[in-house]
Design a protein around this ligand. Structure first.
Ligand code: SF4
Ligand code: SF4
Length: 288
């Protein structure tokens, strides 16, 4: 089962939830994939031993100007404006090229070949029996989805796969979440937490992925998050109170369920609840 752990808003405790859930389950059965490739930080809590590192590249066009007729076709097909054709010159802008291959495919003179451009790295290792994979986008690069896709190549669907997703609702979030059986949305009961939760729910519903909410720092703010979940029939699977001890553990890089083992049972219960919700959803889809 693949469970993505996302949050519309950054800093809501998504990684705290993902790591605590991983550590509460049967560890040899768990994979934790950190797909927050612009700022992966699950390793700070899990402290994995990294055993493999693999560069991630995307194919960038390279023009053979001895074959090029400067017809402009490549520039016309590039929706990202990453290639421009001048009178006697073709300019390529690697930073905005998505490596989609359309220009080389459609060049009538077969003047475009491709060369790899490294944009990040995928690291694999283990932490206390948990299989750990993380993607790291090189600083200054903008193309997170290819790195996320590379991380997700390590998914073993027969295991419990936890995907730590970047905050927000943009392309990297969609790339990380899609294909999940369930999405856990971590939020906080503040105006920003509420409005970003609404956006995140829209995304997971578009992707037709069942979701549930974890309210972190419960007790601050107002009841808008809870009212919204009730109205939208979204289960609140856990509330974690604003607690100085929890904050101290996090700032020292200690996972919640290690510093306060009494929380382990709550995370186990979430896992059982998710299994139940996923099986209800599957049954509902079969019946449709
Ligand atoms: S499509 Fe091919 S031939 Fe035409 S300008 Fe681009 S590289 Fe040159
Ligand atoms: S590979 Fe795709 S994104 Fe890159 S220049 Fe060619 S058409 Fe544009």
């Amino acid at each position: 089962m693949i469970i993505s752990v996302a949050s519309g808003k950054g800093g809501t405790g998504k990684t705290l939830v993902a790591t605590s859930l991983a550590l509460s389950l049967e560890k040899s059965d768990v994979q934790l994939l950190d797909c927050d490739v612009e700022e992966p930080n699950a390793y700070l809590l899990l402290r994995p031993t990294i055993t493999q590192s693999q560069p991630v590249s995307i194919p960038i066009p390279k023009v053979d100007e001895t074959k090029c007729t400067y017809c402009g076709k490549c520039s016309e097909v590039c929706v990202y404006h990453a290639i421009a054709v001048l009178k006697k010159r073709v300019l390529i802008f690697p930073e905005i090229c998505h490596g989609c291959g359309a220009c080389s495919y459609l060049c009538p003179e077969e003047a475009i070949s491709e060369e790899g451009r490294e944009i990040g790295v995928v690291e694999k290792g283990h932490s206390d029996g948990i299989e750990f994979v993380q993607g790291k986008l090189t600083i200054g690069e903008a193309m997170a989805p290819p790195v996320i896709r590379k991380v997700k190549e390590y998914v073993k669907p027969d295991r419990t796969v936890l995907i730590d997703v970047s905050p927000g609702t943009s392309c990297p979030v969609v790339e990380a979440i899609k294909g999940s059986d369930f999405c856990l949305l971590v939020t906080e009961p503040t105006p920003f937490g509420f409005s970003d939760l609404v956006l995140a729910v829209e995304v997971v519903r578009k992707l037709e992925i069942p979701c549930g909410v974890i309210v972190n720092r419960a007790g601050v703010g107002d009841s808008k998050v809870e009212d919204y979940c009730l109205k939208e029939s979204i289960p609140i699977l856990l509330k974690i109170p604003l607690d100085i001890q929890i904050a101290k553990l996090y700032s020292r890089g200690i996972p919640l369920v290690q510093g306060m083992p009494q929380w382990r049972e709550a995370f186990l219960r979430i896992s059982n609840d998710i299994e139940l919700l996923v099986s209800i959803e599957r049954t509902r889809r079969v019946a449709q």
